[in-house]
Structures are given as C-alpha cells and as structure tokens.
Write a protein that binds this ligand. Structure first.
Ligand code: APR
Length: 174
C-alpha cells in the first residue's frame, strides 16, 4: 500500500473513495463536510437522509464509517466517518484511529483501490495536527500490515494547508 501526502481540496482527488469528516447527524456541516456536499450535489444529502431513515436512525457513532455514492464527485464513493470532538471531551486517540481503520475496512469491502483521507478531527473538532497525523499514520500502516494483500493500493492524506502538510511530513519522517 502506497501512502501519499497531498496539499489540496479533497473533492478534486481522482480516487475511488474520499472520506468525509462528518458529524453524527450526517446532515452536512462546514469544512470538509460542506465542501464534499457542495461538490457531490444535493443527492448526497438525500442519500444521507435515507440512511437516517433506515439503518442509522440515531446517526453515525463517533469512530464508525458508512458509505454512499459520490454522485457528482469523480470519486465513486464517499465514506462518511465521525471524528472525536475534543471540545466535547472526546480525547481518546482510539476513537480517531477507529475512523481511519473502519473507513479502510469499508473501502476494502467496497472494492475501492484508492482512498483519500482528510485530517479528520483537526479542524472544527479541535484536535492537534501532530496527534491526528500520528494516529492516522499508525492506523493506516497497522491496517496495511494486517492486510498485506489488501485491494486498497493507495491511501492519500489530502491536507488543506502547508502547516498541515508539514505536520504530516514530520510524523512520516519520524
Ligand atoms: N479538502 C481537504 N481538507 C479540508 C477541506 C477540503 N476541501 N476543507 C477543510 N479541510 C481540512 C481542515 O482544514 C482540517 O484540517 O480538513 C480538516 C478537518 O476539518 P473539519 O472539516 O473541520 O473536520 P473536523 O475537525 O473533523 O470537524 C467535523 O465540522 O464541518 C463540520 O459537519 C462537520 O460537524 C462536523 C465537524
């Protein structure tokens, strides 16, 4: 599995699945969530409302992941995950690791070969960039080690600012 760092807007990435840093309601928001909904079009919100009417009546739990079509995005799927919110006292790194692991498990089951992640929880949810980078790298390399024959060949961390790229680069270089 290749892991790449990219600075840019995740909605423009030509990968099979992009991961959305959603909230439990799945009904949209700001940041990555807002950008993905804007780029995917209104059908994405309708698909999320359908999930709330059916399999997720109480919303998506922190650390869990669920997929929808990507609609107008070039990505075939959007994998929605809910990061821990530091402002709500959710400070356990295992919750954030679960976002990355569950999203990769789901991507694998869908048959996605390439997945783009944002820096989940590093924005509105207030987590420190370095801790997000450490948790993300650990979770993705742990998944790769446990699944040597995984169909997921490429994981991109798509970072929105030079500072975030630097934080991830420092962690990768150890
Ligand atoms: N592409 C890539 N990264 C982006 C983009 C984008 N288009 N827009 C924002 N980011 C970056 C932010 O700069 C931050 O580094 O994604 C990271 C995650 O930030 P948020 O989107 O705020 O996500 P999070 O911290 O997980 O908070 C989730 O915010 O938008 C709401 O509905 C969302 O309630 C949820 C909460």
């Amino acid at each position: 599995m290749r892991i790449e760092l990219v600075q840019g807007d995740i909605t423009t990435r030509a990968v099979d699945a992009i991961v959305n840093a959603a909230n439990s309601s799945l009904l949209g928001g700001g940041g990555v969530d807002g950008a993905i909904h804007r780029a995917a079009g209104p059908e994405l919100l309708e698909a999320c409302r359908e999930l709330r009417r059916t399999e997720l009546p109480d919303g998506l739990p922190v650390g869990a992941a669920v997929a929808t079509s990507g609609f107008r995005l070039s990505a075939r799927w959007v994998i929605h995950t809910v990061g821990p919110n530091r402002h709500a006292g959710q400070t356990d790194p295992a919750l954030l690791a679960s976002c990355f692991r569950e999203s990769l498990e789901l991507a694998e089951s869908l048959g996605a070969r390439s997945v783009a992640f944002p820096a989940v929880s590093a924005g509105v949810y207030g987590w420190d960039a370095r801790q997000v980078a450490e948790t993300a790298f650990d979770a993705v390399s742990g998944f790769a080690a446990s699944r040597p024959d995984s169909g997921v060949e490429l994981v991109e961390f798509v970072l929105f600012s030079p500072g975030m790229v630097e934080a991830f680069r420092r962690v990768r270089e150890g």
